[in-house]
Design a protein around this ligand. Structure first.
Ligand code: ZN
Ligand code: ZN
Ligand code: ZN
Length: 369
């Protein structure tokens, strides 16, 4: 889990002949120029439309290129190509998902990115953002396929079986071991005794297009484990393939990579987009990170909404944040009570006598049984 930070620093070479900021606004047609970074250079000369007002934090506008790609660009790197905002420009509302003319939004809403933006109708009717409506429950892929309980949040309390690509909770693994079963408790395949055999099993499923396997191989490349050489470029490719297949953990990993900016070029806009995709599928840590991002951008009400959702899915970090906000009068007693109550029942749902026993023994001890 990472806490989001916003990068508001100017980069060397970013400043070229500046146009007056006041001439650039939502709907303006612009051309990009003067970007210096390796990645940025490929966008010089491209045309697009401004979709958000200047972000006070990052000093950038969002620009949608022809073809749909969205970039965050400083005014200094934009040239106005049409004197007036084109009248037919439409931007999407994050609640009703309609594409509406820019004057359907208040100035304040027009500044926000699509997922957080609501049209005047939606503000008036209290229509909630899709981002806050989706992903309020964990999905079936987050259940142990044997006991059917939601999987523990801690990766050390479960195992990924390379034979069937199922994640099985330690409680069920312990129960199987006690009955003398050493093969996969789900599909009964013998557990591979060498890393190379396990890798071959994963590769076979990658070739068949299984997103879980594609993600698992990406993860092995990312960290250089399970007999795979560390190769972040390949990891990103594999994560992207899995993400395109709608695999939420791949979106989350991509979000972390772009947010940290250590192994790939830092890209906060991309990171948020991936965290949003994951959170809308019920990814708990992605939801927590979105809360941190909104807190850092001083959107406390949005931060609180994200954290309440995550706390109710069983995320302890989010519960602590809600508690903290309540302490400082930024959340109501009702917000905190709702979060605490939801958190407790999520934890309750994830518990079983087998799991308690497995936790007391520990991951390593069960493996060696
Ligand atoms: Zn709307
Ligand atoms: Zn289980
Ligand atoms: Zn299996």
């Amino acid at each position: 889990m990472v806490a989001l930070k916003h990068d508001g620093n100017a980069r060397a070479g970013d400043t070229v002949d500046s146009v007056g900021e006041s001439t650039l606004s939502v709907g303006s047609s612009v051309k990009i120029h003067g970007l210096q970074s390796q990645r940025g250079k490929s966008f010089n000369g491209k045309s697009g439309t401004i979709t958000t007002e200047l972000d006070g934090e990052t000093g950038r506008h969002s620009v949608r290129l022809k073809g749909g790609r969205v970039l965050a660009v400083k005014p200094a790197n934009l040239t106005l190509t049409a004197a007036q905002p084109a009248a037919d420009v439409k931007i999407h509302c994050g609640a009703c998902e309609r594409a509406l003319p820019t004057d359907s939004y208040s100035r304040e809403q027009g500044r926000l990115r699509q997922s957080m933006r609501r049209c005047k109708d939606c503000v008036a009717s209290g229509n909630q953002l899709v981002l806050m409506m989706k992903g309020r429950a964990r999905s079936e892929e987050d259940e142990c396929p044997i006991c059917n309980l939601p999987l523990p949040m801690d990766e050390n309390e479960l195992s990924l079986k390379v034979c069937c690509m199922k994640r099985v909770c330690n409680g069920c693994i312990l129960a199987a071991r006690k009955r003398g079963m050493r093969d996969c408790p789900f599909c009964r395949t013998a557990v591979p005794d060498e890393a190379s055999k396990a890798l071959a099993m994963v590769q076979k499923r990658v070739d068949a297009g299984d997103p879980v396997a594609i993600y698992a191989l990406g993860d092995a490349c990312h960290w250089g484990v399970h007999g795979v050489a560390r190769n972040v470029t390949r990891a990103v490719e594999l994560y992207e393939r899995a993400a395109e297949l709608g695999f939420k953990r791949a979106h989350y990993s991509l979000g972390c990579l772009y947010e940290e900016g250590i192994d790939v070029q830092k890209d906060t806009v991309k990171a948020i987009r991936h965290f949003e995709a994951a959170a809308m599928c019920g990814h708990v840590s992605a939801r927590f990170n979105l809360g941190c991002g909104e807190r850092n951008a001083k959107n406390l009400s949005a931060a609180l909404q994200h954290w309440i959702i995550a706390a109710k899915l069983g995320d302890q970090h989010s519960l602590s944040e809600v508690k903290e906000m309540f302490k400082y009068g930024l959340a109501t007693k009702g917000d905190y009570a709702e979060s605490l109550c939801g958190y407790r029942s999520a934890i309750e749902e994830m518990s079983s006598p087998d799991r308690d026993e497995a936790n007391a023994l520990g991951h390593e001890a069960i493996r060696e049984m």
